[in-house]
Design a protein around this ligand. Structure first.
Ligand code: ACO
Length: 436
C-alpha cells in the first residue's frame, strides 16, 4: 500500500531511513538523522537561492506557475482586479476575508487618517540630494519611521502591530509622493482626506496651484488596479527579506525598509525601470530582431521576461495589457508599446525563450503605463513598493503568529581554510603576489 514516506538508502553506510512526507514536502531537519558516525553533524540539504525549499506555511497567496494562476486568499487575481479596490484587497490579504460594507468604510477611514507624515519626517526627506534615487529615499525614510514610532518595537502586542500596519499602508504613498516632488524640486503636498487612496496619491504627486486636485477617474482606477496586481506574490525576494529580518523581531518599519531594499534590485522590482531603459536602447520596432538575437547569443537579458515561478504567462501581465488600453485612451498611446509588443511577439516565437519558458512578467508592461501617466522611470519601483507593503505586512504578521517559525538562519557548506598559522604583519605576502 502507498505510504506518505520517503525511504532513503545511505550508500556510505548501507543504512535505510524513512522520512515522513507532508504536504508534498519532507522536513530538511529530518535528514540530520542520516549520519556516517554518531559525532557526524548529519546530512544537510543544499539549496542556493531557495530553488526548491519551502521556508514557511502560508495561507496568503497561491501561485500555480505552470498554469499561470494567482490567487489572494483563494480569490483569482482577475476577479479581484475587476471588482475590488486596492484597500479592499489589502483588507483581504491582511485579515483573510473580504470586508463587508461597514468594515470597508471603517478600514478606508483608518488608512486615510494615517496618511500624514510627522513634520520631522518631512525635514528628514529635505536632507536628501536633489538627484537622489526615489527608491533610496523611500527605503531610508521608511526605516526612519522607526525613530518616530518607537513603540513599534513591541511586535508581540496585536494592537500595536495593527497600528503600525495601518500607518505603513497610509504613509507609503505620502513618502513615495514626497520623494517624487523632492526630485523635481516642488513643494510637498499634504494628503487630502476627501480623496480615494489612489486619487490622493495622485494629488500628492501632481497638485500644483489649483485649490483642489481632481484626479482623472480612469487613471485613478488604473493605478488602483496596478496596486491590486502588485499587492502580494508569496515568497518572492523582498517578502523573504521581510520575513527574514522580521524573524529577528526587528520592528516593522525596519523590516519593511529591508524588504523595500530587496525590491529595488533590477532582478526584482527594479526590473520595470530596466525595461524602459531597454526599450529606449532598442529604439524602434525594426531593431527588435537584432536585439533578441543579441540576448539569445548570451549578451544580456530581456528585462521584464522570465520568472522563478511562472513558467507560463504571468496572469498579471494580461490584466496590465488591458489596463494599458484604458490608460492610453486618456494619455495617448505610448510609442514604446509598439516596440514592447514586437519584442514579445518575436521572443515568444524564438526557440531560446520557448525552451526556457520565458514569458513577459508583471514588469514588462507596467513601466509603459507609468510612463504614459507621466512618471519618470526612477519612480517605477516606488510605485511597486506602495502596494507590496500590504503583502509584506500580511506575511510578516503570519510569520510572527506561526509557532513553527524561529529566527531565520540558514546553514552553509564551508569551503574556506581551517586552523591556519598566524603570520606577524611584517611576514605576510601581499595579496596580489599570493594570487599570481
Ligand atoms: N532574458 C534572457 N534569458 C533569460 C532571462 C531573460 N529575461 N531570464 C532567464 N533567462 C535564462 C537564463 O539565462 C537561464 O538560461 P540557461 O539555462 O541557458 O543558463 C534560464 O533562462 C533560466 O533562468 P534563471 O536565471 O536560472 O531563472 P531564475 O528563476 O533564477 O531567475 C529571474 C528569474 C531573476 C526573474 C530572471 O528570469 C531574470 O533575470 N529576468 C529579468 C529580470 C526581471 O524581469 N525581473 C523581474 C521578475 S518579476 C518580479 O520580481 C516582480
Amino acid at each position: 500500500m502507498a505510504q506518505d514516506t520517503l525511504t532513503i538508502v545511505d550508500n556510505r553506510t548501507n543504512r535505510t531511513c524513512s522520512l515522513p512526507i507532508e504536504s508534498g514536502a519532507v522536513r530538511a531537519s529530518d535528514f540530520r538523522q542520516i549520519k556516517t558516525a554518531p559525532e557526524d553533524f548529519g546530512l544537510m540539504t543544499y539549496d542556493p537561492a531557495f530553488m526548491n525549499t519551502a521556508s514557511c506555511r502560508s495561507s496568503v497567496t497561491f501561485i500555480d506557475g505552470e498554469r499561470g494562476i494567482l490567487e489572494y486568499r483563494g480569490y483569482p487575481i482577475e476577479v479581484l482586479a475587476e471588482h475590488c479596490t486596492f484597500l479592499e484587497v489589502a483588507y483581504l490579504l491582511l485579515f483573510g476575508e473580504l470586508p463587508n460594507e461597514t468594515e470597508l468604510k471603517n478600514w478606508v477611514h483608518e488608512i486615510t487618517h494615517h496618511t500624514m507624515l510627522h513634520e520631522n519626517t518631512k525635514k528628514f526627506m529635505e536632507g536628501f540630494r536633489h538627484d537622489a534615487h526615489p527608491m533610496a529615499m523611500l527605503v531610508s525614510t521608511v526605516a526612519a519611521l522607526a525613530t518616530v514610532y518607537p513603540e513599534a518595537r513591541n511586535i508581540h502586542d496585536p494592537g500595536i502591530r495593527l497600528l503600525q500596519i495601518k500607518r505603513l499602508i497610509g504613509k507609503m504613498p505620502s513618502i513615495a509622493a514626497m520623494s517624487y516632488r523632492h526630485s523635481l524640486g516642488f513643494p510637498y503636498v499634504y494628503p487630502d482626506n476627501d480623496l480615494t487612496y489612489p486619487a490622493n496619491f495622485m494629488n500628492m504627486l501632481w497638485k500644483m496651484v489649483e485649490p483642489k486636485y481632481a484626479a482623472n477617474p480612469v487613471l485613478a482606477r488604473a493605478l488602483d488596479i496596478l496596486f491590486i496586481l502588485h499587492a502580494d506574490h508569496e515568497q518572492n525576494c523582498s517578502t523573504n527579506a521581510m520575513r527574514s529580518v522580521g524573524s529577528s523581531h526587528a520592528d516593522p518599519y525596519l523590516a519593511t525598509a529591508a524588504a523595500a531594499a530587496a525590491l529595488s534590485g533590477p532582478l526584482h522590482g527594479g526590473a520595470n525601470e530596466e525595461v524602459l531603459k531597454m526599450l529606449d536602447e532598442i529604439g524602434s520596432r525594426e531593431n527588435v530582431p537584432s536585439y533578441v538575437k543579441k540576448v539569445r547569443d548570451g549578451h544580456g537579458k530581456l528585462m521584464g521576461f522570465g520568472h522563478r515561478v511562472y513558467k507560463n504567462y504571468d496572469p498579471r501581465a494580461k490584466i496590465i495589457k488591458w489596463t494599458a488600453e484604458q490608460v492610453f485612451e486618456v494619455t495617448g498611446r505610448n510609442s514604446k508599446l509598439d516596440i514592447a509588443m514586437e519584442l514579445e511577439r518575436i521572443a515568444l516565437e524564438d526557440e531560446y525563450f520557448i525552451q526556457r519558458k520565458l514569458y513577459p512578467n508583471v514588469d514588462f508592461y507596467s513601466g509603459i503605463i507609468y510612463q504614459a501617466m507621466g512618471f519618470k522611470p526612477e519612480m517605477f519601483t516606488v510605485l511597486f513598493a506602495i502596494p507590496r507593503t500590504v503583502g509584506w505586512l500580511a506575511q510578516w504578521q503570519e510569520m510572527l503568529l506561526d509557532g513553527e517559525q524561529k529566527i531565520a538562519r540558514p546553514r552553509q557548506i564551508y569551503t574556506g581554510h581551517r586552523g591556519r598559522q598566524f603570520m606577524p604583519i611584517d611576514r605576510r605576502t601581499p595579496l596580489a603576489v599570493t594570487k599570481a
